[in-house]
Design a protein around this ligand. Structure first.
Ligand SMILES: [Ca+2]
Length: 151
């Protein structure tokens, strides 16, 4: 094989490798999702409190937001708000690429119900506060809605 042929062959192999990487790269199933962690649609079967829901077998903690606990002021309002947006509805769940689960085994995610970013809506409606210490830990710390809230 002469030099020109070897070079041409190397170029072809490189081109094929690039195309393979491009086409085989998994894409998010929904336009709402960013990153490469889990992204799926599932019916919300339970709203545990303002920032925690269950979709089928998956318990989900809405990342970067913190709503009042059971004995705290605002708990009922926050829980009702998330129920009104999500309960028995189909949600799109975008798992946090930089922190998949919390210490309790709940999936950390941004949740969209009827096209509404619920994490953002909770902060916008003041049903909860920004969990600021996680801004640097989260995939979503640089998202527009989180930056707007103070990340
Ligand atoms: Ca993600």
């Amino acid at each position: 094989m002469n030099r020109t042929h070897a070079l041409a062959l190397a170029l072809i192999i490189t081109a094929i490798a690039f195309l393979a990487v491009f086409f085989l790269k998994p894409r998010p199933a929904f336009a709402e999702c960013t990153g490469r962690a889990q992204c799926f649609s599932e019916q919300v079967t339970r709203v545990i409190d303002g920032d925690t829901i269950a979709a089928g077998e998956t318990r989900i903690r809405l990342v970067l937001v913190d709503t009042p606990e059971k004995n705290e002021k605002g708990y009922e309002e926050a829980t009702e708000f998330t129920k009104s947006l999500c309960l028995n509805k189909n949600a799109i769940i975008d798992q946090d690429d930089l922190q998949y689960y919390d210490d309790y085994g709940r999936m950390l995610a941004v949740v969209y119900c009827n096209g509404t970013n619920v994490n953002d809506a909770i902060l916008e409606g003041k049903y909860g506060v920004l969990y600021k210490i996680f801004c640097d830990e989260s995939e979503f710390g640089s998202a527009d809605w989180a930056k707007k809230a103070g990340c």
